[in-house]
Structure formats: C-alpha cells, structure tokens
Design a protein around this ligand. Structure first.
Ligand SMILES: Cc1ncc(COP(=O)(O)O)c(C=O)c1O
Length: 388
C-alpha cells in the first residue's frame, strides 16, 4: 500500500490546490511507449478505451502512440471522433435506433452484442456507408478477470455480454468483419495469452470468417510484472496462424500508475479510532474504492498498525461508508497535511459525481520539467448545470 512520493510531485505539492487529479506526464509517456512497442512489434492496433480515461488535452500526445479510441456509446464516440481522431470503435450491450443513426455517422467500427441487434440494425449501418466495419462481441467462455470477482468478469455465469457459444451459428458471418472478445480485467500476460490461445483453439472456424479479432481491454500492459514480450509473441503467432488483424483496446493498462489524487486533511476526529476527514471522497472521487472494493495506495503511508499512527480516512460527505481506507503514518496527521493517493487516473474522474454538492477535483498535469498546470477547475456552475 505504501508508495514513494516522486520528487517532482513533492516539489509541486505546495502549488497544488486540492483536491486535484494530477496526470504524471513522464509516467504517461513511458506507458504510451509500451503501447507503441506492442503495436510495432506485434503488428497490431491498440485503441484507448475512453470509459477508463478521457482527458482531451492529452489526446494529441496519445494519438502518436495509439490507433484510435473505443467508446461505450454515442457520447464517448463523439469525443473520440471530435477530439482524438483516427479510428473510432464503439460497442454497446444494446443500441437504440436513434443512437445508432447518430453513431453511424461518427464511428467507423460498430460492434453488436446479440444476434437480434445485428439483424435489426445491420441495414441501418450498411446504409451509412460501405466502409463501416461490423463487429460482434462473443462470450468465449474464458474467465480471467483478476479484480472484484464476478463483478468485473464479462464471462461470469449469466453474463449479458457477448453471444454465447451455442448461438454463434445464428450470426450472419458473411456480414461480420471483426470478432470481439473482451474478457479480461487488470490481467497480467498469462491472462492475455490465455485468452488468445483459447480463441485460437476453441473458435478457429469463426476466426477464419472475419478479417480482425479484437481481444478487448483488461490487458494490464504497464503493470509491474506484465510480460510484454509474451503478449507480442502470442499476437504474432495468432496473426500468422489465421492471417487476421489483431486489435487491443485497453484503458487501465494505458494509464496505470501514471497519476495521483492529491487531497488535504480537513479535520481529525476520534471515535474509538483516529479518523481523518479529507477533501477527497471515496463516494464522489474514487467510486471504485467502494465498488470493487479496494484500498488505494497512499504515498508515504502503510497498512494499519505498521507505522505508529493509524487513521481511518473518510470523505467530507454524509455517507457513513464514504471511507477510503485505514492507513498508518510515521507522524500524526493534522489539518492541512497533504495526502497523495497513487494510481488514480483509471476509472476515477470519468466516474466522478457531485453528491452532497461536493466539489470536483481539478484536472491537472505534472509536466516533465516539473511545472504544474491546472487544465480544468470546477465550480458551482458545473454542479448547478446538471440539476436542470
Ligand atoms: C468492451 C470493453 N473494452 C475495453 C475495456 C477497457 O478495459 P480496461 O480498462 O480494463 O483495460 C472495457 C472495460 O470495461 C470494456 O468493457
């Protein structure tokens, strides 16, 4: 749980108004180099899953190393088209006719989730242009999500994602360009290569009918311990065995460990234990802490009872369960102390909410020369505008 506070961030701390998400440009650049290497050495395409991370100010940098974006629906697809450029892919568990009409003019790769949706909407997509690529998400029956048990496993029992094996022959394969198989979550290379091998062994006849296979997201390519060479080998072998293109669409793996959430201690209270109230909230600013659930890394702190001073860290909302976790520190905490949570770019600000009218953290950048830039500060108007 403990993490070292990088010196450039330590130097910038006095300038940071909290709460603030801080993208670490040096770390992000390193992560993007991994993606670029995979593209080049494996000969595949790598997309950014916008659901995990979407900061348009960084798109010019990101599009140098990525082939485009993948969206969960119309708004993300528009963001990808208007702000990122390059390829725009979209997959939704189900489309409405009106959303698909708009999507057909925005996305170039549209993935369906069921035989019925593809049958109903194929004519509409085809009418939008011959160059549109049609994908189908399948459920390959391969579970390897290492996070949150069934909650993050697309192949968990009774999952609604992807066409199950028994129904694959109902699909109009002559109309389908891409087979899509997203089954991983925070998986190391054994998950990625396991999925690729599984599709090769179990679904070869279907792979033979498409021009590309999209192995989804969840490839934790920048996580310590991820064997990038093993992924590259597996993709190369798959491509040469089937003569198809390969696409990956990671979100977390692109931005893992490349940013922070900086917060301030507002008060210390005592109820059997010491409790610090912060200006960062689990409910509003780090909802995955409660949903997964998990305890985020905190720079300079350890698990409870390891260092001499242990505190429960809680948010400044009315929700009793707005608890980030329990941590210990070498010195007692006091109001005004800065606390820096690590690994805070993925599924963080994209999931923010204003519950209790809570202020949203700044979105900011720590540049490689050590300078600190606030990209967006939120205020009352942002809160008010969503209330109609
Ligand atoms: C279809 C699809 N593609 C890509 C992703 C990105 O996954 P990750 O951020 O774990 O890499 C997700 C995440 O839920 C997804 O559902």
């Amino acid at each position: 749980m403990s993490r070292f506070l990088p010196p450039p961030l330590a130097a910038a701390l006095p300038k940071i108004s909290t709460p603030a998400y801080v993208a670490d440009m040096a770390a992000l650049r390193r992560n993007l180099e991994t993606a670029d290497r995979i593209r080049k050495e494996a000969g595949c395409r790598v997309l950014l899953a916008l659901k995990a991370f979407a900061m348009p100010v960084l798109f010019p940098l990101m599009r140098e190393s990525l082939d485009g974006t993948t969206a969960s629906g119309l708004h993300e697809a528009r963001l990808g088209r208007e702000e990122f450029g390059r390829e725009v892919h979209v997959y939704s568990p189900a489309y409405t006719e009106s959303s698909l009409r708009e999507l057909a003019s925005v996305a170039d790769h549209i993935y369906f989730n069921s035989p019925d949706q593809i049958r109903r909407f194929l004519p509409l997509v085809r009418a939008a242009g011959k160059d549109k690529k049609i994908g189908i998400r399948i459920n390959p029956g391969y579970s390897h999500a290492t996070l949150g048990g069934h909650l993050y496993d697309p192949c968990s029992p009774c999952s609604r994602f992807g066409v199950v094996r028994e129904r694959l022959d109902e699909l109009p394969w002559d109309e389908i360009d891409i087979l899509h198989s997203h089954t991983l979550c925070e998986s190391l290379a054994d998950g990625s290569t396991g999925l690729i091998d599984h599709v090769a062994k179990e679904l070869g006849p279907y792979v033979g009918r498409v021009e590309a296979v999209n192995f989804g997201g969840g490839h934790f390519i920048n996580k310590k311990g991820y064997d990038v060479d093993a992924l590259i080998r597996a993709i190369r072998d798959f491509r040469s065995a089937f003569g198809v293109d390969v696409i990956l669409e990671p979100g977390s793996g692109i931005v893992v460990d490349a940013g922070y959430l900086v917060s301030t201690v507002l008060d210390i209270v005592h109820n059997k234990k010491d409790i610090a109230i912060l200006d960062a909230s689990a409910s509003c600013h780090m909802p995955d802490v409660l949903e997964v659930p998990y305890t985020p890394p905190l720079c300079g702190a350890a698990g409870p009872g390891i260092e001499p001073f242990t505190y429960i860290l809680g948010g400044n909302t009315c929700m009793t369960g707005d608890i980030i976790g329990e941590y210990s520190f070498p010195r007692p905490l006091k109001p005004g102390d800065r606390l820096v949570f690590g690994d805070m770019l993925q599924y963080s600000f994209v999931k923010n909410n204003n519950f209790n009218g809570t202020a949203l953290p700044d979105l900011s950048l720590l540049h490689e020369d050590g300078s600190y830039e606030v990209v967006r500060r939120f205020g009352y108007d942002d809160f008010r505008s969503r209330l109609g």
